[in-house]
Design a protein around this ligand. Sequence first.
Ligand code: MSP
Length: 507
Amino acid sequence: MKPYYLTTAIDYANGFPHLGHAYEKILADVISRTKKVMGQSSHFVTGLDEHGQKVQQGAEREGVKPQVRCDRIANEFKKMLVSLGIANDDYIRTTESRHKKVVESLLQDLFERGEIYQAEYNGFYSMRAEQFLQEKDKVDGVWPEIFGEVTEITEKNYFFKLGKYQEWLLQFLKGNKNFILPAHRQSQVIEFLKEPLNDLCISRPKERLSWGIPLPFDQEYVTYVWFDALVNYVTAAGYGGKEFTILWPADLHVIGKDILAPPHAIYWPIMLEACNIELPKKILVHGWWTSSGEKMSKSTGESINPLELINDYGADAFRFFVMREMKVGQDAEFSIERFDSRYRADLGNDLGNLVSRLLHMCANYFGSVVPENHEPEKPELELQKKWKSTQKISKAFFEEFQFSLGLEQVSGFIRAINKYADNRVPWKLAKSAEEADHKNLQTCLSNMVEALRLANSLLVAVMPEIHAKINERLGLTACKSWQHDLIWDHRLNGKTIKEKIILFPRK
Ligand code: MSP
């Protein structure tokens, strides 16, 4: 089977990493790990978008060369990936020579085939957005604040024949209903395509912007940043080499809603079509983390930087929180109170308590040897039934990238294990001298251990470290295959497990 090739947006090298960047990488990491545990190898790429005016200006302000600033920022972003437990297979930077070569070769090819032409442009330009504007971009007759200073300019530039592909793209989207997820995003793009598409200006004169990849056919110009950035997806797949035939097409691009249309839903498919390269299979569009309803960014003045929570609570609690809290596709409001409540309830009370009290009872009553499972009665049969539905439903949600709903199922099952214990009251059974009570105690702990092992298997992609810690207590290595590990078979009976641990200390 082809490796599952998935990518994230490459972050702008013009600031520090924040929750928005972190969330997207965690989401992609969880998808990558889920694919693996479901039996498909995966190739997961993320990276940094290093060219453009803001990077150049940032470096000027600092009095350093743009590359020096980019190197420093790349280190910050890479540090963030490590702190989040992200297992990416590659990290692509757009200033790498492997990338420049691919951008140049695609541009040259398009130019030779007449898909790129030179023309004089007269109109409005926003320095802040690094973008040409049209009258229709005005709101109530004025340029919106986001464009900063807008000036009228006349200059020669190179244009890519985007417009001629409009009908093709529309037909493609109509024929490939699940190209963009969630579905309402695809409808928005189709709506967007009802307006005529202009050709895309793909160059900037060097005197205005020098920090970019020079056009191979005219060294007086550099490449417009989107035409450079989007190409990273084929560069990282080894465009031009044998690897490319194995990895491409990408199975999934994970991006935020702000960069869907036009860049990923319009420019990118058309660029690929014009270059005779197959289109990616799917684009998954997530929403924004907000603070008081506003998109969070490096400049939002939160009282606490959410990424600092990782130092205090660990990467996995943070990963669990963002995956549980945000329904993929919708926005989610960040607050410390929400984080705190998930940490205390879902993680501390439900999972943490289950692990510590179960291991403690096994140690106390059976010297940490998992006891025998006798004839199951109603409570055991109910717990098993709950497991059957949990694994089926949560796996289906995970496959559709609905991790919040999948985790809700897993948490529900963990609570069911705790409830089972509260019904069976093993701590009371342990005090009884009756033979029947002793057997029930054995059955109870045997079932709880099995249920914990199974629930924990479903957490491997979201909380890899916590998962491994729990499995280590159970004498197991980390789960590698759901096909193998989601079967209720009491495989630990008679095995020696370990003493309790505190997984989520109270803060
Ligand atoms: N460099 C471009 C992407 C080029 S991809 C070929 C870019 N960079 S970015 O740093 O601004 O954003 C990177 C990703 O982070 C985007 O997918 C963006 O949507 C996401 N987020 C940035 N802030 C966000 C939130 N507040 N919430 C969730 N994700 C958001 O765009």
